[in-house]
Design a binder for this molecule. Structure first.
Ligand code: A3P
Length: 320
């Protein structure tokens, strides 16, 4: 096993040397791998995930682009899928963060282990995981099986502001703050973790159009506007629609409330401690608003991004 591990590490090292490289927003480098900018720290776990993960037909995967509402979608999917497993006042979200309950493949499950024990990792069944990996780079077994994928996208302007401020918070004290002009230019050129956002969203969008029973495409803004109807869509898609009785008993509203920004942010478990990736749990909660970009972007930034969105989405039915 040691020999296999060593030759695998050597192969990966050789691969890394061939990949285009850019400076990361927080620390480490970004490598252009299979058409997306992969943070150096997760390159090996992504390859392990791709190579070793065997999806089950019953699996559910939360797929997102960073800063598009991953934390929220993890909480919503977990609460909807497993709602009959725990009493209302003993919701696991009261004692564990959304990221501990629905673990990232690349930042967590495969971070230090190419063959993790997935059955033990998922306390509840069906198994529920999360990933930022683009659709084209998902393990083939996810695409070939009946494993369901729930995706959330967000307006790139809000997503950019969220990532920029998040990255600034996480940079070392001795590092300078990110210059907005510099990171905005990088973002527009697709150079950010798992970028470009346009390709990421479009791939999942197209997959959801081709196979709506397999990929559910949600938007952060729609969740904000009408969480109850989006939760019903989610439950229906997962094969666990809310019954009339549940609706009468307020189950949908209860899930929406438990997973709301205000509720999650105020929970002790989300205020202290670090995620396995080293990120403070509290940093996953900032403002949780739609349209906050207007407080940060200059008119020339807005113009450039609007043009880019127009150009990238031209010919597709996706709108941000
Ligand atoms: P802002 O920085 O705009 O506030 P991700 O979970 O993919 O990292 O995305 C983080 C963004 O989602 C942050 O956006 C964060 O505040 C927001 N967020 C986190 N939990 C949320 C929730 N329960 N409801 C709505 N937004 C949430």
């Amino acid at each position: 096993i040691q020999d296999v591990k060593k030759s695998w590490d050597d192969e990966l090292q050789q691969l890394v040397h061939t990949l285009p490289k850019e400076e990361g927003w927080i620390s480490g480098s970004l490598y252009l791998f299979q058409g997306f900018w992969c943070p150096a720290i997760v390159l090996k776990p992504v390859v392990s995930f791709q190579t070793h993960f065997q999806a089950l037909d019953s699996d559910v995967m939360v797929a997102t682009f960073p800063k598009c509402g991953t934390t929220w979608l993890k909480a919503l999917t977990f609460s909807t899928l497993y709602r009959d497993r725990f009493a209302r006042d003993e919701h696991p979200l009261f004692t564990s963060t959304p990221h501990q309950l629905v673990r990232f493949m690349e930042y967590d499950v495969y971070a230090n282990n190419p063959c993790p024990d997935l059955e033990n990792i998922c306390v509840y069944k069906p198994r529920l995981f999360a990933s930022h990996v683009p659709h084209a780079s998902l393990p083939t077994s996810i695409k070939d099986s009946k494993c369901k994928i729930v995706y959330v996208c967000r307006n790139p302007m809000d997503m950019f502001v969220s990532l920029w401020l998040f990255s600034n918070k996480l940079r070392d004290e001795n590092q300078e703050s990110l210059s907005p002009d510099k990171v905005f230019d990088m973002f527009c050129r697709g150079i950010c973790a798992f970028g470009p956002i346009f390709d990421h969203a479009l791939e999942y969008w197209n997959a959801s159009r081709e196979n709506p029973d397999k990929v559910l495409f949600l938007k952060y803004e729609d969740l904000k506007e009408d969480i109850n109807s989006q939760l019903k869509r989610l439950a229906m898609f997962l094969g666990v629609p809310f019954t009339e009785d549940e609706e009468k008993q307020g189950v949908v509203a209860e899930i929406a409330k438990v997973c709301s920004f205000d509720k999650l942010r105020e929970l002790e478990v989300n205020k202290k401690g670090l995620h396995i990736s080293g990120i403070p749990h509290k940093d996953f909660f900032r403002k949780g608003k739609v349209g906050d970009w207007s407080n940060y972007l200059t008119s020339s930034m807005v113009e450039r991004l609007e043009e880019l969105i127009h150009e990238k989405l031209d010919g597709s039915s996706l709108t941000f």
